[in-house]
Design a protein around this ligand. Sequence first.
Ligand SMILES: [Zn+2]
Length: 347
Amino acid sequence: MNSTFSIGFDIGGTHIRAALYGTEELAQATAMAAGEVASGGIPEPMARHREEVGSQRTPRHMVRRIRGMVEQLCSGQGLDRADDVTIGIGIAALFAGRNGHVAVSPHLRWRDEPFGELVRESLGAQTTVLNDCTAATYGEHCVGAGAACDDLLAVFIGTGIGAGMVLGGHLYQGSTGCAGELGHFRVAHGDDAPRCHCGMRGCVEAFIGGHYLTERARRELGGGMVSAATEIAGSITKLHPGHLDQAASHGDRYALELFAEVAEFFAVALGHGVSLLNPSRLLLGGGMLLNMPVLQAHIANALEVAGNRALLDPLELRTCALGDDAGLLGSALLAAGLPVSGPNHDT
Ligand SMILES: [Zn+2]
């Protein structure tokens, strides 16, 4: 532990969120979670901030805004930023190296941007930049549903799909910080497979990512198929996947058939991930899945037959515990060098 405070950022395509934590509190929470002692809930930040990404989203704008938020969070607590504050930034991006150079961020519409360099120029050399799903996985590993688990795969379904992993007790980020692109596992081939924003067809994200599932349901229900989800939503243009789950819970045939199909494709991708990594625990999370118990049950059922029993039988399936705070906590913890018990990340 090399700081008294740590700020975690979670930068997605819609919102920038930040939270200031006391590192002593974070250290206590990780120690309790590692011992599987009830920690009394999610560690609460001393202060938090959230704003929309909006149009001022070039890397230089973003760094200026991050700096402003750091100053605001610190001054609100009477802290001098130069004193003892580490900063971790989880961002929805694929990197071209371990220095935070962004190869591409479809959500922010960045390509080949020296984000890490700009961040360190503005905020200091100790600032950590990492993928948002990697950060969320680390948060879950330290103080959430992945605690006390050395071999963990966490998969998040939001607008798209991301994943992160802890292998042998170490956060694994890959050679360039891009490990975990499970959303682009191809699970269907041919010209009729749905097109993914990455340019390929048949990626699992194009079946079950929140954006794609919403688009498909709106298109099919607008084209004459019938579901109670339309009524629940009020209109097709307002329909989102949560409405489909509500309809499915009442036996709606359209929603149940759709879930059976997409859960099967998702389970194929999960089965590949499990076969490759042999984790002891698989976490499912992300904004879209949070309030979708019927879809979660379909996924659990489909996973039962998605791989070899030798890998699936000992696998523990859990839902993520930290919700939207996972990325904030993971970034703050990693930046602060927590937990201190060992070199538990590969940076
Ligand atoms: Zn794709």
